[in-house]
Design a protein around this ligand. Structure first.
Ligand code: AMP
Length: 553
């Protein structure tokens, strides 16, 4: 049981929790216990492969134990403490994640691209004591970020940072008999939180999804089952590893099953194809359409496809049909789709599903405990099959509420505990089974190559610019990324029109991650309003979709 500082969390309904236990969906092991169990079963198998690193299960288990013990005895962290993660796709991040989790220290899974604003606010919201940073993250001085944010304990990966404890120092300190005894004495309750994930599905500053050990284990096990991952699989992940999808759709499923987990530093097509060949990759659990488009371009230019990969799931963003139909003939892998989110539920199209299902839908839930409803927009009633509504879900790995957000929880969860995703969906019946297609969204989020931008968060900061009176951020179509952000601006009287670069510099100064900056500006005198007086984003999106220039005037 994790002692102080206690977390005040929305809980699972006790009757449902009991049902998940008695159905065997929830087990008794923590995430760290699962890694230990795999290390006992497959000590000499490859567990973690990355450029310059090859760790067996035994080595990964020992290293993460030492890191965990080091956090307790050398960094002075206690179980239940929160640690911000600003680190990219390097093996040390994986070691640090499992090390934290084994010590009961809760990773707050932010991205290395997140700036002073995001890290500062999220650290305050979660009460974080520690900040883990990658010293050599390309193009970003994360040591300076840690100094700016100023948390009590700083841990540095891959290089020294003033005042920080190094990864190797922690491992050395955690390797003594006393340190190991401190770790061995620790019991992690599988009901405790394992990590905080950032929601891609709400308005304003991202909400924080508390994920618990036993539901995270079930999430990973269900997904491993849907993907057919086993001990001989070689699983590749090339997107940010500390995203929920990286952890629960790729890394943990691989490690639960005893598979080799391959971490690629970036998701560019040449790196992915070279890694697939070098390591004999059999499974790519998540490729957003933007990555698939780059892989198709790469295959057309070089003749290098993904032959040999048995499963690749496309998701994170709507897959255009014209891209879907090219996957099998041009990349040599079957088109299968997935839908997932930091809040929990995953859907996937089974590889043997009819072609229409694989091309047009994101499939069916991956756990027998998942319950899905398609709700009337703005209501709690369900719409009939074949009709558009809001996708809602609850189940053994869907959070029952966000952390410290009671008003938002009241609006986002139905009275009987279904999470309203903000996504528009249709339920289809094919061959006696229900499948879901995603047809848009009602939440005010821009999906830039599967990276989510909360319009309200950015608007709130742009209006601090001295020349800007009002801002509305909307999605503009992009052939590769799917969407990019465009800001419609009403200027202060007499102000000169700002440039995209100027607004970007301003937002950098405000500590906002670059992927959220608008990539186009439209200066307008007024914004269109809906019948209830809100800015009509629909009308603005339609203006951007028109092929005519000068949409802003
Ligand atoms: P995140 O929490 O960042 O993983 O984002 C989850 C959100 O991504 C969902 O609520 C959807 O809006 C979007 N999403 C994920 N997968 C898909 C998909 N296959 N098609 C359309 N949108 C998706």
């Amino acid at each position: 049981m994790i002692p102080e500082p206690a977390l005040d969390l929305p809980g699972f309904d006790p009757a449902r929790a009991a049902a998940y236990r008695s159905a065997g969906l929830w087990g008794e092991r923590s995430v760290g216990d699962e890694l230990r169990a795999s290390a006992r079963r497959f000590p000499d198998r490859a567990a973690l492969l990355a450029p310059g690193t090859r760790l067996t299960y035994r080595e990964l288990d020992e290293r993460t134990d030492a890191f965990a013990a080091g956090l307790l005895v050398a960094a002075g962290l206690r179980p239940g403490d929160r640690m911000m993660f600003s680190a990219g796709n390097v093996p040390e991040t994986v070691v640090a994640y499992y090390g934290a989790v084994k010590a009961g220290v809760l990773p707050v899974c932010t991205l290395p691209q997140h700036g002073r604003r995001e890290i500062g606010l999220l650290a305050a919201h979660t009460g974080a004591r520690a900040h883990l940073v990658q010293a050599d993250f390309p193009g970003q001085d994360l040591g300076a970020l840690a100094a700016d944010v100023g948390l009590e304990v700083v841990v540095a990966l891959r290089g020294p940072i003033d005042g920080a404890l190094g990864h190797d120092d922690l491992i050395a300190a955690g390797s003594t008999p006393d340190a190991r005894a401190a770790l061995d004495a620790l019991r992690i309750d599988p009901d405790d939180v394992v990590a905080f994930q950032l929601s891609g599905g709400t308005t304003g500053l991202p909400k924080v999804a508390p994920r618990r050990h036993r539901e995270y284990v079930h999430n990973a096990a269900s997904w491993a089952g849907a993907l057919g991952i086993g001990e001989t699989s070689v699983v590749l992940h090339a997107l940010p590893i500390m995203h929920n999808a990286g952890i629960v759709a790729a890394m943990q499923p691989a490690h639960l099953a005893g598979a080799a987990f391959v971490l690629a530093p970036t998701a560019d097509a040449a790196t992915i194809v070279a890694t697939v060949r070098r390591e004999g990759v059999t499974c790519i659990p998540l490729s957003p359409p933007a990555v698939v488009i780059r892989l198709l371009d790469h295959a057309a230019a070089t003749g290098e496809d993904l032959r040999g990969v048995e499963r690749m799931y496309v998701g994170g963003q709507k897959l255009p049909l014209e891209v879907a139909v090219r996957i099998e003939p041009e990349l040599g892998v079957r088109c299968t789709q997935m839908f997932g989110m930091a809040e929990g539920m995953f859907l996937a199209t089974p590889p043997d599903a009819p072609e229409w299902v694989r091309l047009h839908t994101v499939g069916a839930p991956v756990s027998p405990g998942d319950e899905v409803r398609v709700l009337e927009i703005g209501g709690d009633g369900e719409v009939p099959d074949g009709e558009l509504g809001e996708l809602a879900c609850r189940g053994p790995y869907t959070i029952p509420g966000y952390y410290r957000a009671p008003a938002h929880n009241a609006a986002t969860f139905t009275p009987d505990g279904f999470y309203r995703t903000g996504d528009l969906a249709v339920r289809h019946h094919v061959g006696g089974r229900a499948y879901y297609s995603i047809e848009g969204r009602i939440k005010d989020v821009i999906n830039r190559g599967a990276e989510k931008i909360h319009a309200e968060e950015v608007e709130e900061i742009i209006v601090r610019h001295p020349d800007v009176h009002t801002a509305a951020l909307v999605a503009m179509p992009d052939p590769v990324l799917g969407e990019r952000a465009c800001a419609f601006l009403i200027l202060e009287p007499g102000a000169a029109p700002p440039t995209v670069a100027g607004i970007g510099e301003f937002l950098r100064g405000q500590g906002l991650a670059k992927y959220k900056w608008p990539e186009r500006l439209e200066i307008v005198d007024e914004l269109p309003l809906t019948s209830v007086g809100k800015v009509s984003k629909k009308e603005l999106r339609e203006r951007l979709a028109r092929p005519t220039a000068g949409v802003g005037s």
